[in-house]
Design a protein around this ligand. Sequence first.
Ligand code: ZN
Ligand code: ZN
Length: 412
Amino acid sequence: MTDLPFDSAHLDRLAEAAVKTGVNLQPGQDLIITAPVEALPLVRRIVAVAYRAGAGLVTPLLSDGQCAIARYENANDDSFDKAADWLYQGMAKAYEGNAARMAIVGEDPMLLSECDPAKVARAGKANSIAYKPALEKISTFQINWTIVSYPTVAWAKRMFPELDDTAAVKKLADAIFSASRVDTPDPVAAWAEHNATLHAKARWLNDERFSALHFTGPGTDLTVGLADDHEWHGGASMAQNGVTCNPNMPTEEVFTTPHAVRINGTVRATKPLSHQGSLIENIEMTFKDGQAIEARATRGEAVLQELIKTDPGANRLGEVALVPHRSPISDSGLLFFNTLFDENAACHIALGQCYSKCFLNGASLSEEEIAEKGGNTSMIHVDWMIGGPQTDIDGIRADGTRVAVFRNGGWV
Ligand code: ZN
Ligand code: ZN
């Protein structure tokens, strides 16, 4: 393997943090890893750390962007309604048997931007349907899981087109290591402290029990009703298998479930959304009784329109998350074109599926009970950023009184 253009000690620490704090792999537990081929240096380290931590069987599954492009350029039309059901069924079976899940992201965020949006949408839909049984195990938090990232050349060059490959990767790597808190001598301790801070914010919101949040800012005047019996989460939390993990590295958010029919007003995105290889810029959406009745974007509007037509729940919200404007990721001033990072730089909302764990006793609720409390159902879950330095948020109590939650983009 060629030399890495960054400090490999940081990559060692990222592997360590991903296994110990991220997924918190238990002795004897199996692990499924998905990653782009470029992330092999990290994958190999993670596999070694996982086996040293007592892993049962570690199964890495690698993907390649150029193979994805080859499909859009060469496949016959029927191909775009197909997906690897057999693979996802196998994953679902592994999760049923308590395998843990780790995703390493780092693909070119605009990989598919030159491909036909209709074909991309069809393939995306077929994939969502096939993936559903496996994704459910993750979204209902039945097993411990995490997402971490790797600085690939393709991703780095999208962020720093003016730099050569080596300099671009080094710059992205430094940003990832700092945001993931592995540029400190003891990342596991740094994460414990960070988790305590996020838990304190979530506890305050859970004690307040707001019935709605009112967001205001440039182009935004949006009331987000919260689901009945919603629960705020942030940082490490316990999966249904009893293992406490950090699902996202990095993470800066506290988040909960909005009420699927109690969203009203207009909201303007504060950052571009990179979705399945396409960039969607300057989203503006108007909601009435929970439904997006108008959706615009200055770039990628066709992709956005296809996205909200995916299924009946795709034009309603399944998540609202609070992130202060001043966070390590936001302070970097970088746009990553990657949700894992960009959603942790700003308050965000997500179209589509809600997290059942964001309800009191969520694990014991049936799908019907979650729907009755206002939880949305969809095959998609797509986060986009609505917070910035001018974002104000009021919490509205059931009796109509208001409490200042955010002023000028930060916690009050
Ligand atoms: Zn989120
Ligand atoms: Zn989300």
